[in-house]
Design a protein around this ligand. Structure first.
Ligand SMILES: C[S@@+](CC[C@H](N)C(=O)[O-])C[C@H]1O[C@@H](n2cnc3c(N)ncnc32)[C@H](O)[C@@H]1O
Length: 309
């Protein structure tokens, strides 16, 4: 039975969203497991982690004993964190969903381009699809360029914060989920860069797929070199969770006083504390900090909003 998995901290908002959008499955109970909450849904909303677990009917108490997770990206299902034989067993369950044309096993994100090593388990071998999120459409290719639907809520949160005419640098833009959503919602000037030219090709397509109020100039290249040519950004988005810290000084130099850096990092608590110390010593105010999602036993993905003083 399909549930969405959310951190305890965000469960109330997610339950309210599922109820108000008619997706909440009233026949079953919301379940808890440590810091995670599992919300039963009739069909899964995009952008949430989906798990198949045994449901608990209202008025009965049963423990669930089996779980697995996968992401739906357009008409593709991506199974994660499973060995091939275990994943094969899940295919029969997932393929019952009518919208799914292909099922892939994802062995993880690797290399500088952060691309996925995927193996086809079922259906057409077509890693490209159209994914809908927060009112925009994105042409995504799960093999050619990084994309994850799990940041949908975070992207909507950032897009809501942007003021008209902001000058923004999306340093590690991928296929453009941040840039396209922001430019769809508000008049602004965005420079977007990615070292993977396939990502930039898809971003340029995504500019054409959506109606945009803002302007996006997309560049293929190392953002460390590009940033030297641009200054006085009102906002810099740094979504490179395993490497953003290596670029923080370049970002500090290019953001204007009072400007914002949206910084993402996957790290443990000790590293997070040392980053906070560094940010303060470098003249940044920590405006906001939250866990976007868990990553491993000791590591989380953090979203940190920094203001240059
Ligand atoms: C985690 S992905 C984020 C993509 C996008 N922001 C999103 O939310 O889907 C990081 C991206 O940074 C790109 N990248 C890695 N090193 C880079 C560099 N030095 N300059 C520009 N882009 C880089 C990778 O190719 C990858 O697409």
């Amino acid at each position: 039975m399909i549930h969405i998995a959310v951190d305890k901290e965000y469960a109330q908002a997610a339950i309210e969203y599922c109820k108000s959008s008619g997706l909440f499955n009233k026949k079953y109970r919301v379940q808890h497991d440590g810091s995670m909450v599992y919300i039963p849904v009739i069909r899964p909303p995009e952008g949430y982690k989906i798990v198949d677990i045994n449901p608990i009917e209202n008025n009965s108490i049963k423990d669930y004993n089996h779980s697995f997770s996968y992401d739906i990206i357009g008409d593709i299902a991506v199974i994660k964190g499973k060995k091939l034989d275990e994943a094969q067993k899940l295919v029969d369950i997932i393929k019952m969903r009518k919208e799914i044309k292909s099922i892939y096993l994802d062995s993880g994100v690797t290399g500088e381009y952060r691309t996925r090593d995927v193996k086809l388990l079922y259906g057409e071998d077509n890693t490209g699809t159209i994914y809908r999120e927060n009112g925009i459409r994105l042409h995504v290719d799960i093999k050619r360029a990084y994309f994850s639907p799990r940041l949908a809520t975070e992207r909507a949160r950032i897009a809501n914060e942007i003021n008209e005419n902001e000058k923004i640098f999306d340093m590690f833009c991928g296929v453009g989920p941040f840039s396209v959503l922001i430019a769809h919602r508000i008049k602004c000037d965005i420079i977007a860069s990615d070292i993977n030219c396939d990502a930039i090709e898809l971003l340029n397509e995504n500019k054409r797929l959506n109606s945009l109020k803002g302007k996006i100039e997309a560049y293929c290249g190392d953002s460390r070199n590009l940033i030297k040519s641009f200054h006085d950004f009102n906002r810099i988005i740094m979504n490179l969770p395993h490497g953003a810290f290596n670029f923080i000084n370049d970002a500090i130099n290019s953001v204007s006083a009072g400007g914002i850096i949206n910084y993402y990092e996957i790290c443990d608590y000790e590293t997070l504390e040392s980053r906070m110390e560094y940010f303060r010593s470098a003249g940044l105010e920590i405006v906001y900090k939250r866990i976007v999602h868990g990553f491993s036993k000791f590591k989380n993905m953090y979203s940190i909003e920094l203001k240059k003083l």
